[in-house]
Every structure is written in structure tokens, then in C-alpha cells.
Design a protein around this ligand. Sequence first.
Ligand code: KIV
Length: 270
Amino acid sequence: MPTVRDLRAKAGDEPITMLTAYDAPTAEIVDDAGVDVILVGDSVGNVVLGHETTVPVTVDGIAHHVGAVSRAVDDALVVADMPFLSFGVDETDSLENAGRMLKEEGAQAVKLESGPHTVDLTEKMVRLGIPVMAHLGLTPQHVNQYGGYPRQGTDQEAAERMLELAIEHEEAGAFSLVLEHVPSNLAARITEELDVPTIGIGAGPDCDGQVLVFDDAVGISEWTPSFSKQFGNVREEMEAAVDDYVSAVESETFPGDAHSYEERDLEDIY
Ligand code: KIV
């Protein structure tokens, strides 16, 4: 089982792979493929639970999915994404919520959508033994402030602030940093500046690793962001299988003899 130290050591070495997973069978597929990190993302809210955004995801909700993923994984590092307002409001609550992902649900680390408010918290968590993956750039829990999902760090001042925050989080002890929807030259500069690995999503090719949402990567999602890529068309496969099932039941060709058992001792019944 890799540790956050193994991941730290990979910075600048071979590229780090990370995908989300929210349930045990998906986690098994991702783990068996040799993916380094499985993120139980709060994207579960919009990808799986039918919410418009990640804002409604709760601590109990994410815990349920973190447990399912952790039980299925042998090799990958499992990171639990901390939901909106589960951290950063009250320190004790923040530590207990994050600690629960490790103590009760089997994650090895947590991810915090980061900002000036998470520097001290990251330091405190790390000191207590909770490894923290930071996340800068587009932080989707701020959707109501952004009014959408705009690219971040596009002017000099914002880019410099992001670089400063990245350094502050590294100094606070974060073991890696997700960079979401930022210009590739800014991601390259931050990657060069940090010792810990950067993991990009919509951040260009120069990060130490890449992350995608599983459903986007395999082609289950109906819509994917422009920076994502569908590496398969699983939705089409699923639709075809469900159509075949419906046709088979309606045409009474399923279940056939191969899927049925007749008990001779019940001849009097039927
Ligand atoms: O919740 C999530 O899936 C994420 C990744 C997109 C980084 O935060």
C-alpha cells in the first residue's frame, strides 16, 4: 500500500495517476489498473447523487463512499475529499471530520479545497497525523461566489497569489497539491517551485500528475468539461445492455432454461 511519502517521492519522477471513485466495484477497476491515487471526490454530489453542485455533500455522505472505496482497494492511496463547510469553520469539528475519514473509513489522507483559511488548518492536521492534499485554482465549493466554474489565476496578481498560497501550503505540510482549471504556464511555474507533487485537472501537461473524474474519463457522464477527455464510451455500452435486457424480458426470451431451476419434488405444486 503506497503512502503519502511514496507519492511525495514521485514528484518530478514518473507521472502520477489519480482518478475519482465513489463505490467498491469502480475502486477495484481503478486500483487493478495501477492508478496511484483514488480520490473519493465531493464530485460524488453532482456525478452520482444528482445534485447540481458539490455544495450539498455532507460528512456522513462522503464517509459512506470513502468506506466503500477503502474496502475495495489494495494498492492505491485513498484520499477523502472534505465537503463544503466540513472544515474551516470550527477547528475541532474540522479535525474530527477529517480524522473520521482515516479512523473509521480507511482513507490515508484528506483533500481540502484550499485558500488563505486552510494554511494553519493544514499545519494542525499534519501535526496530528492527518496527511493533507491541498487544492488550488478552481475550487468548485465556491461555485456560488464564482457564479459558475471559471478558469482561475488568469491575471498577474491572481497568479502570484496562487503561487504564494501553494508555497504556504507546502510549508504547512501538505503532501501534494491539486491544481484545477488554471493556465498551463502558471501550473508549470508552481510545479517547478514546489518540492511536493502537483496533480493537475485542466492545468496542462507540466504538473507531476493528472486527475480526472472517473465518469468523465470512461464516458459515463453526458457532459464533460472541455479540459477532460473521454477514454471510452461506457454509457453507450450500458445503454445497449439495458436495451437488450428490456427486449429480452418483453419478448420472454429471458430467463431461459439456463437461468432457471425446476424442482421435481414440487410437481404437485405446479
Ligand atoms: O471532487 C473532485 O472530483 C475533485 C477533483 C476534480 C480534483 O475535487
